[in-house]
Each structure stands twice: as C-alpha cells, then as structure tokens.
Design a protein around this ligand. Structure first.
Ligand code: 0A1
Ligand code: ZN
Length: 862
C-alpha cells in the first residue's frame, strides 16, 4: 500500500460548502481475497446519476492504485486526480468495477483493513473505507452491500461481515469463503469485516415482537470466560432500547468482535460491532468496577447506534454530534438506570469538566456542530460527544419526558433510512415538543462554556427574594463575539434557619444576558440551590458562603446539588490556599465528616462527595495555573482531612473489608468508599498506612481493590512500593490490558520522580507505540498528571513531544488525540508557556508530519 501523507497544503473542508453527491451507489458487491501481505479487493458498484449534471464519477481512494477499472464489463477510461479515481460516464446508471491490492499487515494507522493479533479486521469511520477500495467515501451515500470473503481456513476459520450470513463453503486449496448480505442501505463508514481464529460466546435475544436474534461475542478462545458481562450488558441494552425508545433490533444476527489494536473505544458497524478489547473483557481478577461499568456503557452505546447512527446516519461529518451526542445521552441514561442515577450523573459531569470544559476554553474549541476541519478524526471530541449529549439532555428537560419521547419517535420515524442533520433533530424536538428552539440552536453553533453569575438578595421585610442571573461567554477561536444562550437552570430555595424548602424547584430558562426572578413570601434568609442535577453545562458563580455550602452539602434533596455544594466548598478553600498560601480547612472537614456519618447516604455517593477536586480542575479555576502550589494545597487539605477524620476513615474502611467480590451497585459502592478511605488514611501519614495498603494489595479478590492499593503505594515512598509494582507486573505479565494499568498507575503517581520514571518506562520491554492502548496508558496518563507533566524545566513537555513525533509516523490519529495537553500553554506562566510552545513548534516543523498532527499542533500555536 502506498502511504502518502500530504501535509504541504492542508485542505480545509467547510460545512457551508456541502453539496449533494453527484453520483449515488445503490448497490455494491465486494469480493475480498484475504491475506495479511496481499489482499485483493474487487468491487462492483451500481452507480446512479443524482440529478441533472455532467460531472464524472469520482471515487475516493487513499494509498490505492487501480489494477483494473471496468464500466459495464468493458475496460474504461479513467484518470487519477491525486488519490481520487475519476471516470467519465455517459448514461444515468452504470456498473463500475475496480480491483486493488492492499497490505493489511503494513497498515500501522489502524484505519481501513489491518492486522491485529493474528486477525484481519477493519475500521472505516470516518474515512477508512477509501483505504480499502475506491468509493464515494461520504456518509450521505447509502448502499446495499453484498460481501464475499475468502481466506485460508486454518488461519482464519471465522469470516464475518455486516448483515446476515447467506452462504459459505470450502475450496480445494485450504481456503474457504463466506458471503454476507446487509439488507439495510448504509454509508461506507459502517462497513466491516473480520477474519480470524475466534471463539464465540453465544446467546439468543427475543425482541418484543417475537423475533429471535442470535447474539455473539467473538474473542480469542482463552478470553471466552471474560465475555459474560459484555453479553449480559448487550441483552440488557437491547431490552432497554425497546422499552425506553421503542426501538427494536432489525437483523437476525448481532456480532461483536474484540480486537487488541484499536484507535478508539469501539465501532458501531451494522450488525458487526468491533471493539477495543478493553471494552469487552472482564473478570474480577483483571477488571476494575470502573472497567465493568465502562464495558456496559460502551456495549450499550454501540448497540444504540443501530438506530441513532445507522438507521439514521449523518448527512456530513459536521453533523457528527447528531449520532454521537444523542447516543452518549442514551448510553448515559441506560447506565443511570442500572444503578445509582445520582452517582452516574456526578461521574458524567466530572468527565465533562475534565475533558470538555478545557477543550472549550482552549485553542481547539469548536462548536458541537463545527464549521470546518482539516482532519475529521480530530473532531471525535468531548465537545461532539459529551457536550453534544448535554444539549440533548437540555432539550429533554425543556420538553419534559413525555414530549421528549414523542419527539424522538417523530425523529426516528421521519428520518429512518436517511442521512440527516442536527437541524432535523432539533426541528423534531420543536414540532413534537411544541416549543420554539430558535435561540437554543446557538448551542450547536457557538463554542465555549457559558458562565452564569447568580446573586440572591432577600428583603426580610417584604419577604421577597430576587435572584439576578447574568450570562457571559468568552470568545473562542474564530468567534470573537457571542450571543446569549438559552440556559435551563433548575432552582430551589432553602431557609437558612429552618433548613426547609422555602421556594419549590422551578425551571428557569435564562435566554437574555441578564434576568431577574422574584420569589414571594420568603420569610427567612434563603439559601440558593441552582443548576440542580446539572441542568445546563455551564459554570455557575455564586457568592454563597462556606456555611451555606456546608448546609447544602448536608441537606439539599438533590444529590447532584449536594455533591456540587461540597465541591464548591472544597474548591473555594483550595483556591484561596493557593492564592494566600493557607486556607481555612475547618469547613471542609466538618462537611466531609457530616457526609461520612450520614446514615441515609449510600457508600457510592459518599465516596464521590468526599473526593477532592483534581489538580487540573483546581487549575481550571485560576488565571495562571501554578501546578506546584496547587499540588501542595491539595496535599495539605488531604492530609488534614486524613488526620482529623482518621477514626471515621478507619471505620468506613473496616466496614467494607469483609465483603467478598460481587458486581452489584452496593458492593461497588463499598469498594469505592473503601479505596477512598485508604487514600485518606495514607494521606494522614499514619505509620501503618503502607502496610494496610500492602495487605489489601495482596489479599484482594478483585482488581478494584488490588489496583486501588497499588495506586496508593505507587504514589508513596514506602519500601512496599517497588515490591507491589513487581508482584503486580509478574502476576499479569501476559495480560496486555492489566499491564496498561501498571504503566498508567506509575504515570499518574504523585511522586517527585514521576517524569523520570515515565521516561524509563518508555524504554521498558513491554512498552510499544504500536498499540494505542499502551501508548495512551503511558503518554496519555502522564500528560494528565498535572504536576509531573508541567515540570518547570520542561522535561515532561519534551518527553511527550518526542513520543508524539515518533507515534505520528505509525498512527497519526492516536498521536493527534494525545496532543491537546501540550496546547494549553496560555494557561501557564510565561516560562512554561514558552517551553510548551517550543515543543509545538518542533512538532509542526517535523518533516512528513500527518495532517492530523498538523491541524492540532498548528491550531494550538495560534
Ligand atoms: N463511532 C464510534 C467511534 C469511533 C470513531 C472513529 C473510529 O476510528 C478509528 C473508531 C471509532 C463510537 O462512537 O463509538
Ligand atoms: Zn458513538
């Protein structure tokens, strides 16, 4: 395969330039002769002129050279325009055949057809299909696929593609073949095939209309025992989508395959989802509770795409959030229904704040529906996914549950079988919801996180309370001026004396720069509870005192608001410690004690509520981030919380100690609280802390406890640290997913020597840039470690830039995804900013840089 990377003239694609495809492809027959070194691909396309025009047929290719091109059975005239195959056609419908050869084993980008762990597999979203065969590679060309796969039987006994299997057979030469037909027209990014030596965990799902669907999860034989959780999640998700959205599965088979080398989490190919094995494989010894939860969420996410993504796809890649935002919203609600909805909401907001808010505040900020891109792979972002999900959630809040369901029914009904736009979705919300969302649409077009200030003034005499809300939004690249947004805020007032509700919850739609809400008959001083349930993805600034936040953290009846009050109290304390060198820890300690001792709260919620905000979230609150001061302030508060509440932590710890492993919300909550408590006992400096952690490490009957203890030890100075890391390594040296944890745990360590340790780990025999999970486990994790990465001498920046330059040569997509932490130089002092810029400049100047990296690095320098 030719590997041409042209960065000299990066082409910008613009949403405003969209035009309908000149030619459609209603049918395709694909014939694969599979071989890792040399795969022959024959494609027969039925093409149809779309409208009156005389444009030639243009078929996208990437690294392909045509071996044959025939039109209606006859060798045709064709020419290459760059990587595009151009064929002049006279009639309105033709049969066009092409033949190419590709080399999967040389495909290190993991886009198109590639080899992973002895199997052959594909990844086509967004533009990988053009690395397999010539085709109009755009999501609004919908095609019915017939696929024939032929391969050596001993090496590749299993041959899978999209749709339903129709025939198979053996050949005399040790090869065999299988044919698959997919009756549902689909864009080529949903094409998939797998050839491999795989075993299946099978089951049957009966749809609510009584059809039997054969479901199967395909993995290496030795991993079969680790697939029950994913299979169970799949069936639960299938039933959930029927119940909650009225969506039934539509083929006779549903296959999932796990592969070890994968650029993202998983892929929703029609009837044949392909997964990064980290989102399939789980057993108590190797997967944490977080892994179990993520597996269920990703399995559900990909399954839900069958309707929100596949049956209705995107007109163009600017509409990516149409499928991703909605599907994330759906998977979040699914997960919320499986356990504690409150804890799930807290986790989702934490993710949004950790990944999306910084994106909105940095050089790569873009709207949920972007206006332009150089490389679409760079737009699989937290903005498209997680903020996109928040937009759906806000519309659901504005409409209410019943109308929201009516609106999604209308959407699925009206746009089934088409390639739609975000606008199509919003107009269904408007029509079925009987609301005007004109101004709400700004959430799709404006980048940035709105900032809302809320001031509550009470007149004791009249009993009137006035809430003044003001919104602003900082400029983002290309959008210097912002219009006001529609911000749905749920608000409630509590009485400071009685502790009771003095104004019931109401939904305020803030749509002007400023607005005032009056509350009457408020007899006592009110305390404001706002953005309850995180009703809008905004930053809310209030002037609530530590005492009022302490009250809310102990008494608000909205669990999210309760968590939020505690976070705000902690943040206020930490920010003032960073700025003044010392903060008053007492209010936080009191609030944490109160939460810990509240018998009505479940452990999972307590564990979330008592966790301090991360170093980087504290940094996000400051004009100039001082990583060392933040680290010191946070450690000091952790130590005081550990010391002052040592008895409480030990009690919480011991209460959870006797439990045997079980995957249930209650057992997960107990483990979470136990590990948080262990962290605080350790922070207290108690002399037995390291041995407590080491005993837990050795006696654990599950990975959550083992890794929790390892993380505590890995950040400490005890002599048990090296022992634990060695034991862990030896125990799991043949398990790639667990070794990723071993790398990541060390990269996230708060020790002073982490930067050096990570450099050494990059030379470890098990470290490789060729596997995206491994690259992320060391480089990605390290770049999240604020203090270590932002080492004042620039050691962390240099290391990450070196690694990304090397990775870019193999896998530009994965490299570019890891670049954003280096782009946040504006947030740091001028010395660090200069060091970070120097590394970005070095990256941009690298000969042969991919357009993926070029876009991320050059935009970060602007
Ligand atoms: N659509 C997938 C995400 C995905 C996107 C690009 C990929 O290319 C390497 C892979 C997967 C999802 O939302 O799960
Ligand atoms: Zn998705």
């Amino acid at each position: 395969m030719l590997d041409v990377q042209n960065t000299s003239q990066p082409v910008v694609t613009r949403r405003a330039d969209y035009t309908a495809p000149a030619w459609l492809v209603p049918e395709i027959a694909l014939d694969f002769d599979l071989d890792p070194r040399r795969t022959r691909v024959r494609a027969r396309l039925n093409v149809a002129r779309n409208g009156a025009h005389d444009a030639p047929l243009r078929l996208d290719g990437d690294g392909l050279a045509p071996l044959a091109v025939r039109v209606d059975g006859v060798d045709a005239d064709w020419r290459m325009d760059g990587a595009t195959l151009e064929i002049a056609l006279s009639g309105d419908a033709h049969e066009v055949e092409t033949e190419v050869e590709i080399a999967p084993e040389r495909n290190t980008q993991l886009m198109g057809l590639y080899a992973s762990g002895g199997n052959l597999c594909t990844q086509c979203e967004a533009e990988g299909f053009r690395r397999i065969t010539f085709f109009p590679d755009r999501p609004d060309v919908l095609t019915r696929y017939q696929v024939k796969l032929t391969a050596e039987k001993a090496r590749y006994p299993v041959l899978l593609a999209n749709g339903d299997p129709v025939a198979s057979g053996d050949l005399d030469d040790g090869r065999h073949w299988a044919e698959w037909h997919d009756p549902f027209p689909k864009p080529c990014y949903l094409f998939a095939l797998i050839a491999g030596d795989l075993a299946a965990n099978r089951d049957t799902f009966t749809t609510r209309s009584g059809r039997d669907v054969e479901v199967a999860i395909w993995v290496r034989e030795r991993d079969l025992a680790k697939t029950d959780h994913a299979l169970h999640a799949l069936k639960t998700a299938m039933a959930w989508d029927e119940r909650v959205y009225g969506r039934e599965y539509d083929l006779d088979v549903f296959n999932i395959v796990a592969v070890d080398d994968f650029n993202f989490g998983a892929m929703e190919n029609k009837g044949l989802n392909i997964f990064n094995s980290r989102y399939i494989l789980a057993d108590p010894d190797t997967a944490t509770d977080h892994d179990y939860d993520a597996i269920a969420a990703v399995v559900a996410h990909e399954y839900f795409h069958n309707w929100s993504g596949n049956r209705i796809t995107c007109r163009d890649w600017f509409q990516l959030s149409l499928k991703e935002g909605f599907t994330v919203y759906r998977d979040q609600k699914f997960s919320a229904d499986q356990g504690s909805a409150a804890v799930k909401r807290i986790e989702d907001v934490r993710t949004l704040r950790a990944a999306q808010f910084p994106e909105d505040a940095g050089p790569l900020a873009h709207p949920v529906r972007p206006d332009s891109y150089i490389e679409i792979s760079n737009f699989y972002t937290a903005t498209i996914y997680n903020k996109g999900a928040e937009l759906i959630g806000m519309m659901a809040t504005i409409l209410g549950a019943e109308k929201f369901r009516r609106a999604t029914d209308l959407y699925f009904d009206r746009f089934d079988g088409t390639a739609a736009t975000c606008e199509d979705f919003v107009s269904c919300m408007e029509e079925a919801g009987e609301v005007d969302l004109t101004r709400f649409r700004r959430w799709y077009s404006q980048a940035g996180t709105p900032r809302v200030t809320a001031r509550l003034v009470h007149e004791a005499g009249s009993g009137r309370a006035m809430l003044t809300l003001r919104q602003t939004m900082a400029p983002t690249p290309g959008q210097p001026v912002k219009e006001p947004m529609v911000v749905p805020l749920t608000v409630k007032l509590f009485g400071a004396d009685s502790g009771r509700e003095v104004a019931p919850e109401q939904l305020v739609l803030l749509s002007e720069p400023e607005s005032e809400i009056a509350f009457e008959s408020v007899g006592e001083r009110p305390i404001l509870s706002i953005n309850r349930g995180f009703s809008a993805p905004v930053v809310v600034e209030t002037d609530r005192s530590a005492a009022d936040l302490g009250f809310l953290s102990g008494h608000d009846d909205d669990p999210f608001a309760r968590y939020e009050a505690m976070q705000q109290l902690m943040l206020d304390t930490l920010v003032s410690s960073v700025q003044r060198g010392r903060g008053d820890h007492a209010p936080v300690i009191d609030a944490v004690r109160q939460t810990l001792l509240d018998g009505d709260l479940d452990s999972a919620f307590i564990a979330e509520a008592v966790l301090l905000p991360s170093d980087s979230f504290i940094g996000d609150q400051m004009a100039v981030v001082d990583p060392d001061a933040i680290f010191r302030a946070r450690e000091a508060l952790r130590r005081d919380l550990g010391r002052e509440l040592e008895g409480e932590w030990r009690e919480a710890y011991e209460a959870a100690l006797a439990n045997r492993f079980e995957y249930s919300p209650a057992a997960k909550g107990a483990r979470r609280l136990k590990n948080v408590a262990l962290g605080y006992i350790n922070a207290s400096g108690a002399p037995d802390a390291a041995s407590l952690a080491f005993v837990q490490f050795e006696q654990a009957d599950n990975m959550t406890d083992r890794q929790g203890a390892l993380a505590t030890l890995a950040s400490g100075t005890s002599d048990k640290r090296v022992a634990a890391l060695d034991i862990f390594y030896n125990r799991y040296s043949d398990n790639a997913l667990v070794l990723d944890k071993w790398f990541a745990t060390q990269a996230l360590s708060s020790r002073d020597d982490t930067a050096q340790a990570v450099e050494e780990l990059s030379r470890h025999k098990d470290f490789t840039l060729a596997n995206p999970n491994r690259a992320r486990s060391l480089i990605g994790a390290f770049a999240m470690n604020q203090r270590a990465f932002h080492d004042a001498a620039g050691r962390g920046y240099r290391f990450v830039a070196d690694q990304l330059i090397a990775l870019d040569k193999l896998n530009p997509q994965t490299a570019a995804k890891l670049l954003p932490p280096l782009g946040r130089w504006r947030r740091f002092d001028k010395d660090r900013a200069a060091l970070m810029r120097a590394e970005l400049e070095r990256i941009v100047a690298t000969p042969g840089l991919s357009k993926d990296m070029f876009e991320q690095a050059s935009k970060s320098l602007d």
